[in-house]
Ligand binder design. Sequence first.
Ligand code: 5AD
Ligand code: SF4
Length: 489
Amino acid sequence: MTDYSGIDEKIREIDITCPPPEQEPERQYYFIRLLQDWSREQTERKGRPLQACVKTFGCQMNARDSEKLSGILKCIGYEITEKEEADLTLYNTCTVRENANQKVYGHLGQAKKYKEKNPDMLTMLCGCMMQEPEEIAYIEKSFRNVDIIFGTHNIFKFAELMAMKVLDEKSRDKMVVAVWEDTTEIVEELPNRRKYFFKSGINIMFGCNNFCSYCIVPYVRGRERSREPEDILAEIRCMVQDGVVEVMLLGQNVNSYGKNLDNSLSFAQLLQRVEEIPGLERIRFMTSHPKDLSDELIQVMKESRKICHQLHLPLQSGSSRLLKKMNRRYTKEDYLLLVEKLRAEIPDIAITTDIIVGFPGETEEDFAETMDVVEKVKYDSAFTFIYSKRTGTPAASMEEQIPEPVVKERFQRLLARIQEIGAEKARASLGQTEQVLVEEVNRQDASLVTGRTGGNYLVHFPGDASLIGQIVPVRLRESKGFYYLGERV
Ligand code: 5AD
Ligand code: SF4
């Protein structure tokens, strides 16, 4: 499924008897056309359709990138599968914490075995981890089964790189490695394939300029750059024509949207324009940096009929001393005031967060400040992370790295309290009727369907596949920890 109308046709119209065009995206359309002919031959030779698997690690940004990569693969002629033992497997990697890298290596080891069985198999790597030269060096040495490596900045070049690998004699037996250090380029109008027909993420900006001292994202995703509002709105209009009722606007720091554009809209103004799109029912966005969340945005959320009353507002730490070391540019008091303001204006807002435990120098007092914020804010849910040292970030060379047993004990205490509070909050909503967007038939019990409320809570209730993609009123009957059981009203 493509989100932009007419892309397939534009690809068909490309003349492959000429040399490849210089401009994008036509250049990529050209390589897609060449690969379509190649995949047709392969399919005939094998006597079955070619299958491709795009395995995603990490955040919503990566999930959206994977939809774009799957769209290109589908256009080339592959069937998309969830099984990694396919004709082509592409790992879209994350490197935000060390364990993300370890996971990728586990999968690559497995991919080696698949290739022994099917020597034609193509194994590819892309995403944030590929922006780290040490990781590439290790892969070149230890995983010769990898065919193509590319990074976060040249993802739009995927078709060209693949054509180089499979059509160019010189590259056929080599590992193709193409990683750019940075880019200012944003290429629009490439094919993509949404995971759900009724909802979609949409990039409004790329990169991050914040340089929180623990975080590797600004180094691997590059400087912040926003898409033009008209491109964003056109893409959403197309999605809506194609059945989408909910969009999630994506950026590392959506509140600073538009800063690099001339005469652009603020993020709040962009939301107002998105709201005007007929047929679109729900709008979400992430992530909001607390330092940039404006009063204008709060008012727009309050007055909107479509923006969900849900906000992901990463705290990271409740200690002002540590927040300074983290380069977060707000204090505990600023954060609490912001939450107070949000709740005063939008009383039913669901607030979620990210918290890091064990940042260098974290004392028991610092940790108590984090627990204090958790008590005061009463998050609907929270992602909790053990601090992971990322080479090249300022925090990696800070003294006083915290011993593992201390961190683990704090982490468990935090997690237990977050779960208790989440369960209390969930119980308090029992009996209420919520608008639920139905996503799928329940995987454990096929008599139920699963959907999400505006506040992003999961609800299971009796229903069938015909409800998928619809927004229906559901009464919350029973709370089961991280989901509700409900009934249609
Ligand atoms: N260690 C642990 N957690 C981290 N995050 C980012 N970098 C690190 C790190 N080095 C967390 C932050 C961020 C989320 C996406 O990942 O909480 O908000
Ligand atoms: Fe990382 Fe901070 Fe940017 Fe988020 S805002 S991506 S935590 S540097």
